[in-house]
Design a protein around this ligand. Structure first.
Ligand code: ARE
Length: 664
């Protein structure tokens, strides 16, 4: 229990050394307890006995110094006391010595400092706030997959089906109008779901990577007549120029976004945007299926229309004998609206997308990072996939060394997090899944609610430690830790297990009678767990919703749950005030079936978190000496929550002989 080491700044100095730099590793043992501590470097069969360099009342600290070379260094420790031998790696004190759990130094792998423990806010633009009615999609403005799009006039009204062609009118001006509110929550970074030109409300089917969608930006000119349902040209394409393809509107929207970004930066905030590079939309001029704006002679026809299209190689076709209008192309997971991009056979496309990667992180926009959609799916082989992301990293970091590269990823990310590709990931495995399972008993982050058992604390830690060990610490610290997002049910719905299924959509505001207890436990863990806590718009006011599309309801302006908003503000402020919570070490302190406790510590800042996931109160004795707390003077803060209440402010529980006792 006393043994400790990790990749954080108290135990590796500096924590992210470059080639040629001196590094000091520190290993903690109980005072006057170990006979020998060895540093063991893998691959070299190098073993060095560490020197006892420092001690305090409770612990001894052993050190090893060396100069980092060009190569990755993988290491672990061995502690000996008499006959007893103990190994230590990323999983903690371990009986095994499997190299896959080693500590690791990757010279030159830095993730942006600003992103470490940053508080983020995710916005699905169409549903957050309408700030400019002039840019609203109009009913019948264009045809999307054979159906005219439509506008929902009442912000709080839910149609019986929410299809991808229905729009509420949320836009960037709406976000701009609410920046004071967003900032008052303590948010530092906004992550936007896609904002480039696209005909759907989610915009994962990109029509033009070079411009902000005027329906989210600015419309200065009406782009001609509205498209009638049956107005198509020979290729099946709709006939008229639509407002979102009008040059004047595109330029005005890009300018609007540049100004928006300037305001964001002047407030000290940052923005991450969604990069959907695995596939585009079938409406993209490159494919030209159901093209929704006029072919004005400025470009050639797309690959769907003719085999002679200059974009023919941008896509993979399964049948060569089906032109004109060849529907036999590769789509992401079979979706024909999401044609997969065929980089391998099209250097032109490759170059084009690399320029897009560079463009948006450069002036005048200077976006602070990319969230990469289905990043592991990109390309047709794993070798190519990795090469693409290596080039992508080079291009982005050269243009903006501070930009964050954050991939959407399910499963083991280790191959991509070696320092040469992504910085980090949307954290499902080492956050959303174990947390949901522990608190609600729902399997992983799935939207099925059929579990009869709740998770238990031991498993929570086992799973968290395992998955965190698949990332180096600079990736863990910047990982996007979410309770909800646009692909999964709202956490308030998940913790209540029954509310708001599709077909039974309630009002947009938090439903009455919803229980907040488990939800608050989730927020407490989120704001005290390693990583970047990210609030999905509206979660702070208790929005409900089942999975896509019900998780994309409109923000309930005027009907907010102020108590819950205050709770978020308070938790965010605690997160930001304590260095230990932003980037400190983590140590499990207690776990049983319905209880977890852990410590976060960094220098002299020491915080203890206790979560009792049951309605039964109990006395808990937490071994806080494990994070260096022997008496109340050493304790910075205790935060506890239980299904019937919480106390995140007081530090008035007694600590005696390193044991904290509390009633909860
Ligand atoms: C639309 C409708 C849906 C409908 C679907 C199929 O909205 O209701 O079920 O079509 O007809 C975007 C839109 C979606 C849209 C989809 C297809 O946002 O609304 O769905 O395009 O047109 C997996 C992937 C993961 C992916 C999710 C959706 O691994 O990468 O599925 N997430 C990204 C984005 C999405 C986006 C796309 C990909 C496509 O974040 O928003 O969808 O660009 C388990 C599995 C995961 C699975 C996850 C969620 O955990 O392990 O692999 O994620 O569930 O389903």
């Amino acid at each position: 229990q006393a043994l400790f080491c990790d990749e954080n700044e108290d135990f590796r100095i500096p924590p992210e050394p470059d080639a040629g730099e001196q590094v000091t590793l520190r290993f903690r043992t109980a005072k006057n307890n170990a006979d020998h501590v060895y540093y063991i470097e893998e691959g070299k069969t190098l073993e060095v006995e560490m020197e006892k360099a420092d001690s305090d009342e409770m612990f001894d600290y052993y050190e090893h110094h060396f100069t980092v070379g060009e190569q990755v260094v993988c290491y672990r420790f061995r502690v000996e006391k008499g006959e007893e031998i103990c190994h230590y790696n990323r999983l903690g004190a371990a009986m095994d010595t499997q190299s896959c759990f080693s500590f690791r130094i990757t010279p030159g792998f830095h993730t942006p400092e600003w992103a470490k423990g940053a508080v983020m806010y995710q916005i699905f633009v169409d549903r957050f706030r309408c700030g400019d009615t002039n840019n609203n999609v109009e009913t019948g403005e264009y045809v999307y997959i054979g159906r005219p799009v439509y506008r929902v006039d009442e912000w709080d009204r839910y149609p019986s089906t929410m299809d991808v062609g229905c729009f509420y009118g949320g836009d960037l001006q709406g976000v701009r109008d609410k920046l004071d509110y967003i900032q008052s929550l303590g948010v530092e970074v906004i992550y936007f779901n896609p904002i480039f030109v696209s005909p759907s409300n989610h915009k994962y089917d990109c029509q033009d990577y070079d411009h902000i969608d005027p329906h989210y930006g600015k419309i200065v000119k009406d782009g001609g007549e509205l498209v009638a349902e049956d107005a198509k040209d020979n290729s099946g394409a709709s006939k008229y120029v639509i407002r979102s393809a009008d040059k004047a509107n595109l330029d005005a929207s890009d300018k609007f976004f540049a100004d928006f970004m300037e305001e964001i930066h002047s407030r000290g905030m940052r923005v991450i945007i969604d990069g959907v590079f695995n596939h585009c939309g079938s409406f993209n001029k490159w494919l030209d299926r159901e093209l929704i704006y006029e072919r004005d002679g400025s470009y050639d026809c797309g690959a769907y229309v003719s085999a002679d299209s200059p974009y023919r190689t941008f896509f993979k076709f399964f049948r060569e004998d089906a032109w004109p209008n060849n529907p036999n192309y590769d789509g992401w997971w079979g979706h024909d609206t999401l044609p997969k991009l065929n980089y391998e056979e099209s250097p032109k496309l490759y170059e084009y997308i690399m320029n897009i990667a560079r463009k948006w992180v450069s002036p005048p926009y200077c976006v602070d990072g990319w969230r990469l959609d289905v990043a592991a799916d990109l390309g047709h082989s794993s070798e190519f996939n990795h090469q693409f992301w290596r080039d992508f990293r080079k291009v982005v970091k050269e243009a903006n060394p501070e930009a964050l590269i954050l991939a959407e990823h399910y499963g083991d990310p280790i191959e991509w997090l070696q320092g040469d590709q992504w910085d980090t990931i949307m954290n499902y495995d080492a956050f959303m899944e174990p947390l949901t399972w522990f608190l609600t008993g729902m399997e992983k982050h799935s939207d099925e609610c059929n579990a009869s058992l709740y998770g238990d604390g031991e498993n929570f830690f086992r799973s968290m430690y395992y998955h965190m060990s698949r990332m180096q610490t600079q990736s863990v610290q910047t990982a996007m830790n979410e309770l909800s997002n646009h692909d999964h049910s709202r956490f308030m719905t998940r913790t209540n297990r029954t509310v708001g299924r599709i077909g039974n959509m309630g009002p947009a505001a938090a439903e009455k009678g919803v229980h907040h207890g488990i939800f608050r436990e989730g927020v407490l863990i989120q704001m005290t767990w390693p990583g970047a806590p990210t609030i999905y718009y509206g979660d702070e006011t208790g929005m409900c919703g089942w999975t896509d599309p019900d998780n994309r309801r409109t923000y309930p302006w005027g009907r907010e749950d102020h108590e819950l908003i205050e709770f978020h503000k308070y938790m965010v402020s605690i997160h930001k005030k304590n260095a230990a919570l932003r980037r400190g070490s983590l140590k499990k302190l207690l776990a049983d079936r319905q209880l977890i406790s852990y410590g976060r510590f960094c220098g002299n800042n020491r915080c203890v978190v206790v979560v009792n996931n049951s309605a039964v109160s109990r006395t808990v004795k937490v071994p806080v000496w494990e994070i260096g707390i022997c008496d109340n003077d050493r304790l910075t803060r205790v935060m506890m929550t239980y299904t019937e209440g919480y106390n995140v402010g007081a530090v008035d529980c007694p600590v005696e002989d390193g044991i904290l006792t509390l009633e909860m």
